[in-house]
Design a protein around this ligand. Structure first.
Ligand SMILES: CC(C)(COP(=O)(O)OP(=O)(O)OC[C@H]1O[C@@H](n2cnc3c(N)ncnc32)[C@H](O)[C@@H]1OP(=O)(O)O)[C@@H](O)C(=O)NCCC(=O)NCCS
Length: 156
């Protein structure tokens, strides 16, 4: 099934923040190990107010994936081709949500005329991205102070 994806609007911000927080907390345990020192900084900016500022930034393209239960995934790509968010709600895992988000973000970057998209992959999602043509760029590095992320890129 193709999961519907649309551009996010301002009123989506609370639901988007909830998906981000649930996805990180429940799905990314391999990354944060349920350690408050690693989880806390990661969640700190995943608030409705912060999501609203991301939505309002003209260089950002924010998208949401919709299932029967509502907003089930959140994606964000910048005008420079940086994919900053690609998160699925735990209740919607393995139903094609992340794949649909990624396709929409890549399509947007392609429509902007960009030749490449880049992201910082969690340990949780690294294989998912590799299976979709993303290649590691250099060594793994730190994000939010204590997380280890792998820079990856894909030619469009
Ligand atoms: C790993 C993850 C990214 C996959 O996203 P998803 O929306 O659950 O997955 P999709 O339904 O789009 O399917 C993608 C892949 O999941 C895997 N998958 C699908 N069903 C599965 C199942 N029942 N069991 C295990 N893996 C399964 C497959 O590899 C599938 O790829 P394929 O379609 O090429 O076979 C997601 O589950 C996750 O854990 N996200 C956490 C947030 C995160 O780390 N985001 C990235 C920030 S950089």
């Amino acid at each position: 099934m193709n999961v519907p994806v649309r551009r996010a609007v301002a009123t989506d911000a609370p639901a988007m923040a909830q998906v981000l927080r649930r996805s990180i907390t429940e799905l990314c345990v391999a990354d944060h190990g349920n350690d408050p020192q690693r989880l806390g900084p990661w969640l700190e900016n995943k608030t409705a107010a912060q999501v609203a500022t991301w939505l309002a930034a003209p260089d950002n393209c924010c998208v949401v994936a919709l299932l029967e239960t509502g907003i089930s995934g959140v994606g964000l790509v910048t005008a420079k081709g940086e994919i900053l968010l690609c998160y699925v709600d735990p209740g919607a895992r393995f139903r094609g949500v992340s794949a649909a988000l990624l396709t929409a973000l890549e399509d947007h970057a392609r429509a902007l005329g960009l030749a490449e998209v880049r992201l910082e992959a969690t340990l949780t999602a690294r294989r998912f991205y590799a299976a979709r043509g993303y290649r590691p760029q250099g060594c793994a590095k730190q994000a939010f102070g204590t997380l280890t992320c792998q820079a990856m890129a894909k030619s469009l």
